[in-house]
Ligand binder design. Structure first.
Ligand code: G3P
Length: 497
């Protein structure tokens, strides 16, 4: 009998990917397609949902071809996705009525201001675990209904459907038959009550979104539908797992126990702590979110969402053009002993957790005549670690749980300088796993559990392997002095308006 695999589809912010995993949780083959980013107006970010769908199809056929695998060898499909990004489409034609509005997009800032002025902060916070911010889907749906001609009438008649990218991909793969999402994605919409696990009528009224356009909310690991054969080379493959990318990464890092924390270094950084069956309301600028629903049980997480980290490194490359590629930052940063007091605060789109300040903008502090390119690059890399510490400190305060180790994943974790500095500034070990594609792996695990490819979470936890541990080399005095400077820099950024 030929070997079976799990196919993971990772629909991210800048590209879609398909990754084939084997039973040991190892990568067999990958395929990737970038798609266009639309910036119609300053602060707006949009995608073409149809282009995203064709990018997914292209990745599926490429990964199967590269692996020389037959679709009949796919035991199940797991889907993970950029969260919050919102698409609305016509129920009858399956055509989007507007571009997908991306999580980063700020075009609903005016709606958020109004909601805030109307005094909805506490209601939203208490039901969703989130804040009023353009980041989440709810105000994006309202924006589409308010701004696309005829959309509101159609929605009220039940002719439109809403979805995040998981919902869209399942809808397309199932030939338009299945309109669903999972708990982890629903929890990011501003419309879902994370305590009673239902779409919330009061929130829908506040946001003026008709309930009939919302997907059915399902567990993160169960068979939802089969692919229609014409999209899968004559095969009906079970779609069996869904999770938003950050929750999928928490699952892929096998952070199954209360208090375990992962940090993903992507365009932004997302730090998540598993808080078990207990949701923790943050008093320190974090979000309360659903981790996943598996085996009839939901687990919660505390999340710190940092908007600009990897994109600050991209800015060194594409904006300032002081490095040719991201890898070079490690060599430059290592050429100097310290930043010599230089701090870089990359608040390019404001600040997310734990500050939530949309008006803050980026700044560099502590420049002297002796500052060099090396100091500047080092300060930029260090800003990723400082921002992560801001969030981790808030997490410790909110949960009362001390951090034992930090599991890391994402592109920038290959940068040894950064990982070492992260450990130094946190004062705890940083663990980098062998498989760093933990987002896709998490979605594969969720699907594999549903179809019996893996037995249980214990089997999965055993597959997690450490590649390298970075251990703290700072004494407390040094750490405090450096972090104090960072806090002053952030505070100054926020007062300069
Ligand atoms: O909440 C946004 C997050 O899900 C985006 O992740 O990796 O696509 O930038 P990524």
């Amino acid at each position: 009998m030929s070997e079976k695999f799990i196919l993971s589809l990772d629909q991210g912010t800048t590209s879609s990917r398909a990754i084939l995993f084997n039973h040991d949780g190892e990568i067999v083959e990958t395929a990737q397609r970038e798609f266009e980013q639309f910036f119609q107006k300053p602060g707006w970010v949009e995608h073409d949902a149809n282009e995203i769908w064709t990018s997914i199809l292209a990745c599926i056929s490429e990964v199967l071809r590269k692996a020389d695998a037959d679709p009949s060898q796919i035991a199940g499909i797991g889907i993970t996705n950029q969260r919050e990004t919102t698409v609305v489409w016509d129920k009858h034609t399956g055509k989007p009525i507007y571009k997908a509005i991306v999580w980063q997009s700020r075009q609903t800032e005016y709606i958020c201001r109004e909601l805030d002025e109307q005094g909805y902060h506490d209601t939203i916070r208490d039901k969703t675990g989130l804040l009023i911010d353009p980041y989440f889907s709810g105000t994006k749906v309202k924006w589409i209904l308010d701004n696309v001609e005829g959309a509101r009438e159609k929605a009220e008649k039940g002719d439109l459907l809403f979805g995040t990218m998981d919902t869209w991909v399942v809808y397309k793969l199932s030939g338009g038959k299945t309109h669903i999402t999972d708990y982890s994605n629903a929890a990011r919409t501003l419309m879902f009550n994370i305590y009673d696990l239902k779409w919330d009528d009061e929130l829908l009224d506040i946001l003026t979104v008709p309930k009939n356009m919302l997907p059915e909310v399902r567990q993160s690991s169960e068979v939802y539908a089969n692919t229609v054969d014409y999209h899968f080379f004559g095969h009906e493959v079970p779609i069996a797992g869904i999770a938003g990318d950050q929750q999928a990464a928490l699952f892929g890092q096998a952070c199954f126990e209360e208090g375990m924390v992962k940090n993903t270094y992507g365009t932004g950084n997302f730090v998540l702590m598993n808080t078990g069956e207990k949701p923790i309301q943050s008093e320190h600028g974090l979000l309360t979110t659903l981790g996943w629903g598996v085996d009839g049980k939901v687990e919660y997480a505390l999340e710190g969402s940092i908007f600009v980290t990897g994109s600050a490194i991209q800015w060194l490359r594409d904006g300032l053009r002081i490095v040719d590629d991201a890898q070079q930052t490690e060599q430059f940063a290592s050429k100097v002993e310290s930043t010599d007091g230089v701090y870089m605060v990359p608040a390019f789109v404001g600040l997310g957790s734990p500050y939530w300040d949309s008006d803050a903008r980026g700044a560099v502090f502590g420049l002297t005549r002796g500052t060099t390119k090396e100091h500047f690059i080092r300060a930029t890399l260090e800003s990723l670690a400082y921002q992560s510490k801001d969030v981790v400190d808030a997490m410790i305060k909110d949960s009362g749980i001390d951090l034992k180790t930090l599991r890391v994943d994402g592109g920038a974790v290959r940068n040894d300088f950064l990982m070492q500095f992260q450990s130094n500034i946190l004062g705890v070990p940083v663990e980098r796993p062998v498989v760093q594609e933990t987002t896709a792996l998490g979605a594969a695990y969720l699907a594999g559990l549903a179809v019996g490819y893996w037995k249980d979470k214990e089997e999965i936890a055993k597959q997690w392997k450490n590649e390298k541990t970075f251990t703290n080399a700072f004494d407390e005095e040094k750490r405090d002095a450096l972090y104090d400077g960072w806090k002053k820099a952030v505070a100054s950024t926020r007062t300069f308006k």
